[in-house]
Design a protein around this ligand. Structure first.
Ligand code: AN7
Length: 362
């Protein structure tokens, strides 16, 4: 056994969202041990190209730099810490992919078991690779995400397993920290916040975070919230559940959002809106943010950008707004999406002059 004390870092190290914001999480007590991968503290990057396109001051909150590559880690640290505190040795979740990757990682970190229920054939390669490598028990359900969530809830009701979907309030407590980081970085809340909406936990938590900060006078106001769904999976726009949701943005292929009420409250209390964008608009934004901002996101994560650009094209974005867009997950999650356009490499021999000729340099 290694009896060495861990070496002390020379500079303060970011210790994750619970350590940074535990005063805002009443359920986190001083004596509980924290399961963390040092999530959060993600970059807030000025989107110069998109700012120019919209005559606004647009910033991207790049959640793909979290430890498992998506915003889900912010809530998972709290949910898994609480599950361990309660004595759970197994967690369960339903997922379109990112929640399962995150749950699997935090379970591995905690030394407990993760069971992840995913819709068969609908999980991107990167996300599946993560769940496999972290050692989760993967259950492929012949149905949709919504079927998976129903089963996960029923398993947790009837058996000694802790449900870590965002119907678990600890997830929302952690996910609200994205709003804290944004206000701390900008010095105040933005005018407008755009984000993708699937199960709607994230929009619910985001609004909770902005509200907490405004009440504590850390921010002078709360932003309007614009949520966007994919047109083929837009229950909150249509006002009814969607039986067979379909979109290229597999992460948000959800027909029956668990946090519907929270999403509608965020929309209405902020004077915001929830509208939809087409797969073409999503893919156009997906290409644009990589090509013009240098930020590679997965298709679902481009939905907030697609939405802002669509609203701007319709003349509904006033100029000179300060806007934050959450880009929720890393582009490496979905390598197949990147190859949809095909690619056209320069092929040459091993002779440098031939390479130069092929590149029209000589
Ligand atoms: C990249 O992993 O629901 O509206 O099971 O992975 O809070 O659901 C993922 C959702 C946006 C939507 N962007 O957030 C899951 C899952 C990405 C996502 C969303 C998801 P919510």
């Amino acid at each position: 056994m290694n009896t060495l004390e861990p070496v002390r870092a020379a500079a303060p190290v970011w210790q994750g969202v619970i350590n940074a914001y535990r005063a805002w999480m009443p359920s986190v007590t001083d004596h509980m041990s924290i399961v963390t991968l040092h999530e959060g503290n993600t970059p807030l990057i000025r989107a110069d190209h998109i700012s120019g396109l919209t005559d606004c001051d647009v910033w991207l909150k790049v959640e793909g730099t979290n430890p498992t590559g998506s915003f889900k880690d912010r809530g998972m640290t709290v949910a898994v810490s609480k599950a361990v505190e309660a004595g759970a040795d197994m967690i369960v979740c339903a997922s379109t992919g990112n929640t399962s990757a995150s749950a699997a990682a935090y379970a591995a970190r905690a030394g407990i078991k993760a069971v992840v229920l995913v819709p068969k054939g609908d999980i991107t390669l990167g996300k599946l690779a993560q769940a496999v490598r972290y050692g989760a028990e993967i259950v492929e359900v012949a149905g949709t995400f919504d079927d998976c969530l129903r089963i996960a809830r029923e398993l947790a009701d009837e058996h000694p397993v802790a449900l870590v979907n965002s119907v678990n309030d600890h997830r929302l407590a952690g996910q609200q920290t994205v709003a804290f980081e944004i206000v701390d970085a900008l010095g105040d809340a933005p005018d407008l916040h755009c984000l993708p909406v699937g199960g709607a936990g994230n929009i619910t938590a985001l609004w909770r975070g902005y509200t907490a900060y405004e009440r504590a006078e850390r921010a002078s106001h709360r932003p309007r919230i614009w949520g966007f769904q994919a047109a083929g999976a837009a229950p909150l726009v249509l006002g009814h559940t969607v039986e067979a949701p379909e979109t290229v943005a597999t992460a948000i292929r959800i027909g029956d959002p668990a946090s519907r009420d929270g999403a509608l409250a965020a929309r209405d209390e902020s004077g915001g809106q929830i509208t939809s964008v087409s797969d073409e608009q999503i893919l156009a934004a997906y290409r644009l943010v990589a090509r013009h901002e240098g930020i590679f996101v997965e298709p679902a994560s481009a939905v907030g950008i697609a939405g802002l650009l669509t609203e701007h094209a319709a003349g509904r974005v006033p100029p000179a707004q300060r806007i934050v867009i959450t880009v929720t997950g890393n582009g490496l999650k979905d390598p197949d999406a990147s190859m949809l356009d095909g690619y056209d490499p320069v092929e040459t021999s091993t002779v440098t002059t031939a390479v130069a000729r092929a590149l029209n340099l000589a």
